[in-house]
Write a protein that binds this ligand. Structure first.
Ligand SMILES: Cc1cc2nc3c(=O)[nH]c(=O)nc-3n(C[C@H](O)[C@H](O)[C@H](O)COP(=O)(O)OP(=O)(O)OC[C@H]3O[C@@H](n4cnc5c(N)ncnc54)[C@H](O)[C@@H]3O)c2cc1C
Length: 207
């Protein structure tokens, strides 16, 4: 039996409740993204036909996964970019509508400046993501560039959504408002698809 990366192969498991060795864990109670159910899947001594191997030969699984990770990271970066932009648009809308001390929230210079900063940050996230998506389309996407897109879009995106919550006061902390749900949903972007620390590790290999 091969060890390390060479010992990994991708195999399609055609699962159903009768398949011996296959088990679904309970639905995990996530902080956000409640529209998706997330579970652990267990494969214990499960037997699958040899023909279910993905690819030409055994032992390529690690490399097959690596090939697709850059694309997954770009997809997550794009989601972060959209999420940050939507949060800022929602905050602009709300600050024009909600009044405090006799004027709309956006009438206070502090809030206008904060929104101006957020709008500029969203442009910087979008520009980075667009550049990386174009690299992907041109076949120039490498793991370090995709990791840079995810690192910047996730870290900045989460920060933008967090600061947008503030304009909503107490409403911002309620799950019944889109901004509250965005806050809870955003955080995982710094974790899944490879954590921000792992993104830095990958980028550092290109130095
Ligand atoms: C909602 C959700 C959905 C998910 N969906 C999927 C999925 O569909 N498929 C899938 O395969 N996985 C999925 N995951 C798993 C996810 O990719 C992992 O949780 C993530 O990669 C982090 O791995 P870990 O949880 O083992 O953390 P760990 O590896 O234990 O890391 C813990 C901490 O240590 C840090 N750390 C680890 N190594 C280093 C290092 N070398 N240098 C510095 N810091 C380090 C990490 O950055 C992190 O901060 C999902 C997770 C969540 C929360």
């Amino acid at each position: 039996m091969r060890s390390g990366a060479a010992g990994i192969s991708l195999i399609v498991a055609e699962t159903n409740d009768q398949l011996q060795g296959f088990e679904r864990g309970r639905v995990l109670e996530k902080v956000g993204q409640h529209g998706q159910d997330t579970r652990e899947l267990f494969f214990s001594d499960m037997r699958v036909p040899v023909r279910n191997l993905l690819g030409e030969q055994e032992g390529l699984g690690f490399y097959q996964l690596m090939e697709q990770l850059a694309r997954e990271r770009l997809a997550i970066a794009s989601v972060c970019s959209g999420m940050a932009e939507a949060a800022v648009l929602e905050a602009i809308r709300y600050t024009k509508e909600r009044e405090a001390f006799g004027k709309p929230l956006i009438g206070f210079q502090h809030n206008r400046f904060a929104l101006a900063e957020l709008k500029a940050e969203v442009l910087s996230i979008k520009t980075t993501v667009d550049y990386c998506v174009q690299s992907y389309i041109d076949g120039r996407n490498d793991p370090a560039t995709a990791s840079m897109a995810k690192l910047i879009a996730a870290d900045k995106g989460v920060s933008v959504v967090d600061r947008c919550v503030q304009f909503f006061g107490g409403y911002g902390y309620m799950m019944e408002y889109p901004i509250g749900r965005a806050y809870a949903a955003a955080r995982v972007n710094k974790i899944y698809g490879g954590t921000s620390e792992i993104m830095k590790e990958i980028i550092s290999r290109s130095l």
